[in-house]
Ligand binder design. Sequence first.
Ligand SMILES: N[C@@H](CCC(=O)N[C@@H](CS)C(=O)NCC(=O)O)C(=O)O
Length: 203
Amino acid sequence: MKFYNSTGPNPRIVRMFAAELNIPLDMVEVDIMAGENREAAFLKINPAGQSPALVLADGQVITEITAICEYLDEIHDGDSLIGDDAAARAQTRRWTRWLDLNICELMLDGFRFGEGLPIFKDRMRCQPEASDGLKARAQDQMAMLEQRLKDHAYIAGDRISMADIVGFGMFDFIQTVGQSLPGDAIHIAAWFEKMSKRPSASA
Ligand SMILES: N[C@@H](CCC(=O)N[C@@H](CS)C(=O)NCC(=O)O)C(=O)O
């Protein structure tokens, strides 16, 4: 099993997830700043031209971080970061998808079309005029996340799950490129601090 890794929040989320489960990853580095991920050799692995990618021993490729995390969770013995029963797994998938669709992807496109435009303008269709609106829409959803974390220790419930790792990885990155967490969101701030202290956060 080989893990095609790079800088950026998405591979980091998978590295953190794997570290939580004590799964070692055999890494192959991809230089996304130099555009290696958009060249023919890498496009054969992931036609979407993005990292990360997990290549299994039989050659099958898994991309998209939540699919990779779910695969790693299923192949390992021990505590699950997805959930122990159908309802718990549904909660994890519910909140992970909500975060991805309503906060993470908006923040990322806000970055790609704004501060990241010099990197992304020749890689994908960019909408610079949408950057501020996307960032604002992501911030609008923070009130719901704040309420959720007021009532629960972790995003999907009372224990850590994939939703927390996806959210933490994205928020940790986005604060390095000009977006911030709402100053009055004390429960998000406490959760973020708790996540940042996990040994896996350095993976
Ligand atoms: N939806 C993808 C997103 C992957 C992604 O955007 N990866 C970034 C690195 S964090 C990337 O490859 N960026 C370089 C590029 O798009 O050229 C996933 O879940 O894995």
